[in-house]
Design a protein around this ligand. Sequence first.
Ligand SMILES: [Zn+2]
Length: 245
Amino acid sequence: MSDTQLSRRRLVAGLGTAAGAVALGAGCGSSAKSKTTTTTPAPGAQFPHPATPDAALDLLRAGNQRYRNSQVELRDFSPVTEQAAKAQKPFAAIITCADSRISPTLLFDIAAGNLFVSRVAGNTIDEGMLGSTEYAVAKLGVKVVVVMGHSDCGAVKAAIGVADGSAHFPADHYGSIGAVVDRVVPVVNGLPAGQRTLERATTANASAQAKKLAAKEPVIAPAVAAGKLRVVSTVYDIASGQIPL
Ligand SMILES: [Zn+2]
């Protein structure tokens, strides 16, 4: 059975199981009719898992360049693929904001199973983000951790407001929103008074969170010291799609 036939069978099987399969499968089905396009990448392309941090960053850079150029590679994201069900082999951990405009798998144009993504508004390092990323490093062998802020970040805007006294998030009205914002506030306060702009605060926050993460014992810091892992920060520009790495 050819890959095209197999994809078609999976598409049909998925139609009866979930609404999501219908939506995803429709796209796969139309592309599967083309003799020149494959929806099932070779195993090596599915999980490249580069050997070094620098090679991992190169893959992310290349993927983001394809995304920016509207040259994303067609992949099968159907939930009924056997490969997706049985394996993941992430080479990068992404720590980013919960903002709805961020889709790391798309922004880095990579197949499912390659990015281990942890998200919280303001992309800060709380215990859940730390433990999840430690798992990715210690157990899944990721080679690079990217702390990714983004343009127009509401959490950073809120932190600037808290820092200058114009915004308040009392728990009796806002629940835990203030606690999330408060993790960014020290970074804003660390900037000179005349430089607390959204752009500077966003960059400083991503950098500060990466620095904090890189120093964490007993998993992250030793891996960095051994050259097995790099922890970097960046800011995703939503308008252009650019993620400088
Ligand atoms: Zn945000």
